[in-house]
Design a protein around this ligand. Structure first.
Ligand code: HEC
Ligand code: HEC
Ligand code: HEC
Ligand code: HEC
Ligand code: HEC
Ligand code: HEC
Ligand code: HEC
Ligand code: HEC
Ligand code: HEC
Ligand code: HEC
Ligand code: HEC
Length: 420
């Protein structure tokens, strides 16, 4: 049989149809398979506060909602997407007060807060940091943020991040009224109320969401002061006191607040603060037991008071209204924030630097001026032996002469009685 060209053409057409049908079948089958393989993903976050999906998921969100979603109204979202069981974000720490996890569900991400001028700052709150704060197991976010209950939040004016902080720190007042009241007397509050936004508020020192018990935070608190008093903090942390705190978390050395107080810090450059500074040092440096631990003499205050500088200072401090004293106090020789060990080459009282320390007030002092002075030493055979020997000499001479005189008078009286 001869092949009809027509017949073969019909076959080709048939084949083409078959191919089309197969392809179509494949497409349909394929799409069913993909659809079946990609069920609507579950919603991994809490729904409370996020009822309006389109704020975050839309054609322009990142990542954008897939084109398949065109024409699906917001009311239908949850018909296909179910809330993942236990949809509280999985990494949420335990022990949080009810409601907190809902807020953290969003704020564990780098949520951005926008100021009126369009600047952004972070609204990220670390769930772990919050949970381990003193408030973590006691307060809900809404105990401090009393005007916020759901999302979107009420509209508020935010001129800058600093003004936001200042507007919100009074939240602490509600529960810590005493410390708030104390702070009203402080130089910091004065700075704040004179419009200087540089004055610190509660959260500058304590933080807002990671507040720790202050006693755990001795070293950190010094650093908090250092965010504003930078140079002083640097001097302090290299000093004999500050380095012991920084490196060994030493609890015996003074921190900023040991000397300045805490919530009611006053002006430090004043006649009375200057005069009282000697008592501050003496509080620790006359403490035998404490000083023994470090092999430091506990006699320094006594020797200071025996000295000409100390004697006059002591008298001035007894006056009713203390005046500014020009006499050398501990801080004039040792420094204030930069006190060094007496043998530290950078110390202001080490031999090489001592003369220039004296010259601050005795401009004419020459090389051997300091040497003519006893410093904290009690005169002894080893130290200032001449002074010591002169003293010993007088100890012997004066009682000797007095005793001799008395004896002489007594003998004289006895003689007169006998002669009578
Ligand atoms: C405040 C913004 C916000 C709102 C409102 C919101 N979501 Fe989300 N959604 C997100 C973010 C961010 C993610 C990414 C995963 C995560 O970290 O939670 C996400 C993830 C998802 C996912 C998983 C996506 C994936 O790729 O697996 C689904 C589904 C989802 N959301 C559905 C919804 C639905 C439905 C609504 C409304 C009922 C909604 N979302 C409301 C922010 C939001
Ligand atoms: C008819 C069922 C259906 C409805 C209604 C629906 N989705 Fe989906 N959604 C899906 C399916 C299926 C996927 C996965 C495949 C895809 O991306 O289309 C998906 C994926 C997503 C994803 C993850 C991928 C992406 O695009 O980022 C998000 C987010 C999402 N949907 C949010 C929504 C929101 C918001 C709504 C309401 C406006 C909504 N969906 C309505 C079925 C649905
Ligand atoms: C759905 C996500 C979401 C939830 C849930 C959420 N927030 Fe927010 N929050 C945001 C976003 C986004 C911003 C930044 C934009 C803005 O201010 O609206 C913000 C800003 C804030 C701010 C700074 C601005 C302001 O208004 O004071 C605070 C405070 C805040 N949230 C507290 C909370 C508290 C408290 C909760 C729980 C009751 C909470 N948020 C729940 C998303 C959320
Ligand atoms: C003890 C009171 C207190 C609690 C509890 C608290 N906040 Fe705050 N929050 C503040 C104060 C005060 C500010 C002002 C900014 C500052 O000084 O850091 C603030 C600021 C914020 C901001 C703005 C961004 C920032 O860090 O400045 C967000 C967002 C915020 N809080 C969310 C939360 C969330 C979410 C929770 C619960 C997990 C929470 N807060 C719990 C007191 C609190
Ligand atoms: C709703 C009440 C409430 C508010 C508002 C509040 N606190 Fe507290 N605070 C507490 C409670 C309760 C404790 C735990 C007291 C305890 O352990 O004895 C505490 C403990 C503290 C401690 C530790 C006390 C210690 O003994 O060491 C500090 C510091 C502190 N809060 C600072 C703040 C700051 C700063 C703010 C403002 C950002 C603030 N608090 C707002 C209730 C509150
Ligand atoms: C300049 C830094 C600074 C500021 C501002 C500050 N504090 Fe303190 N606060 C401290 C230090 C340091 C301690 C630790 C005191 C101690 O160890 O004796 C402390 C201790 C506390 C304690 C623990 C208990 C106590 O009374 O000693 C509470 C509560 C407290 N502060 C609340 C507040 C509140 C509320 C404000 C705002 C009105 C505030 N603080 C402002 C530095 C500060
Ligand atoms: C947010 C910034 C800030 C922080 C944090 C801060 N201060 Fe201040 N402090 C100021 C400002 C502003 C003044 C007032 C202006 C001035 O005299 O420098 C001031 C003044 C003082 C003064 C008085 C200075 C004088 O002229 O007599 C002392 C003392 C002081 N602060 C100690 C501290 C201590 C201690 C801490 C930590 C517990 C601390 N400050 C934390 C900003 C800060
Ligand atoms: C051992 C006690 C002591 C310690 C610790 C101490 N100070 Fe002072 N501070 C003083 C004395 C005393 C003065 C007054 C100096 C004067 O009369 O000029 C002073 C002055 C100041 C002044 C005002 C003078 C100036 O130069 O601006 C500030 C601010 C200050 N201190 C902050 C701090 C900070 C911050 C720390 C912690 C890093 C700290 N102090 C640690 C005793 C101390
Ligand atoms: C809270 C207690 C305390 C206060 C207040 C204090 N000191 Fe000290 N001081 C110490 C301790 C503890 C050491 C030893 C630190 C170490 O060696 O690690 C020390 C070390 C020193 C040293 C170094 C001694 C040496 O040669 O090793 C000098 C100098 C000194 N202090 C001077 C002062 C002066 C001046 C003041 C007052 C402005 C003062 N201190 C206030 C506790 C205090
Ligand atoms: C006129 C300067 C001057 C004054 C004022 C002064 N010191 Fe000294 N201080 C020195 C010199 C110099 C040394 C090192 C030589 C020595 O140990 O006597 C020293 C040493 C010290 C030492 C180290 C002692 C040791 O055992 O290593 C301490 C602690 C000390 N002084 C604390 C104080 C205190 C506290 C005051 C105030 C009550 C004070 N000083 C006042 C100059 C002074
Ligand atoms: C802060 C300033 C100041 C410093 C620093 C100072 N002095 Fe004086 N000193 C005085 C004053 C003021 C008098 C006068 C006391 C009086 O008349 O009561 C005085 C008196 C004296 C006297 C008594 C004899 C005289 O000249 O009147 C001697 C000795 C002396 N100082 C030694 C020293 C030595 C040594 C140093 C350094 C280690 C030193 N001083 C550092 C302020 C200072």
């Amino acid at each position: 049989m001869q092949r009809s060209p027509l017949g073969s053409r019909t076959n080709v057409i048939k084949g083409a149809w078959l191919l089309v049908a197969a392809a179509l079948g494949l497409v349909i089958w394929g799409s069913t398979v993909t659809w079946a393989a990609t069920p609507p993903p579950q919603i991994p976050h809490l729904l409370k506060g996020r009822e309006n999906c389109s704020i975050c998921h839309g054609p322009t969100s990142t990542p954008p909602l897939t084109p398949s979603h065109a024409g699906r109204p917001a009311s239908t979202c949850t018909t296909c997407h179910a809330e993942a069981s236990g949809s509280a974000p999985s990494a949420m720490p335990s022990g949080l007060v009810q409601g907190t996890a809902e807020c953290l569900g969003c704020h564990k991400d780098d949520v951005r807060v926008r100021t009126d001028t369009g600047q952004m700052f972070s609204g990220f709150i670390d769930p772990q940091g919050y949970a381990s704060s003193v408030h973590g197991s006691r307060l809900a976010c809404t105990d401090c943020h009393t005007t916020i209950s759901s999302f979107p939040h009420p509209n508020i004016k935010i001129a800058s991040q600093r003004s936001y902080t200042i507007a919100h720190y009074e939240a602490c007042k509600r529960c810590h009224f005493t410390n708030y009241t104390k702070s009203l007397d402080s130089i910091h509050f004065q700075a704040l109320s004179s419009g200087e936004q540089a004055g610190p508020v509660c959260t500058d020192c304590h933080g807002a969401h990671t507040v720790k018990s202050a006693s755990e935070q001795r070293a950190a608190m010094g650093a908090a002061c250092g965010t504003c008093h930078t140079t002083i903090y640097q001097d302090y942390s290299n000093s004999v006191h500050g380095s012991a705190l920084r490196d060994e978390n030493n609890g015996d050395v003074p921190t900023c607040t040991t000397c300045h107080g805490v919530h009611s810090i006053q002006k430090a450059v004043s006649a009375s603060f200057r005069l009282n500074s000697t008592d501050l040092c003496a509080g620790c440096h006359s403490n035998e037991e404490l000083m023994k631990k470090y092999g430091i003499s506990a006699n320094v205050t006594q020797t200071y008071l025996n000295d000409f500088h100390g004697k006059t200072t002591f008298l001035v401090s007894k006056e009713n209204k203390p005046a500014w004293t020009e006499k050398a106090l501990c801080i004039d020789c040792h420094g204030i924030h930069d006190i060094r060990g007496a043998n530290d080459p950078e110390s202001s009282v080490v031999r090489a630097n001592l003369l220039s320390t004296c010259q601050k007030c005795h401009p004419d002092a020459s090389e051997n001026f300091p040497a003519a002075w006893l410093s904290h030493y009690e005169p002894s055979l080893q130290k200032a032996s001449l002074v010591y020997l002169v003293r010993v000499y007088y100890w012997i001479l004066i009682p000797g002469i007095m005793g001799g005189l008395m004896l002489h008078i007594l003998l004289d009286l006895w003689r007169m009685a006998r002669n009578r």
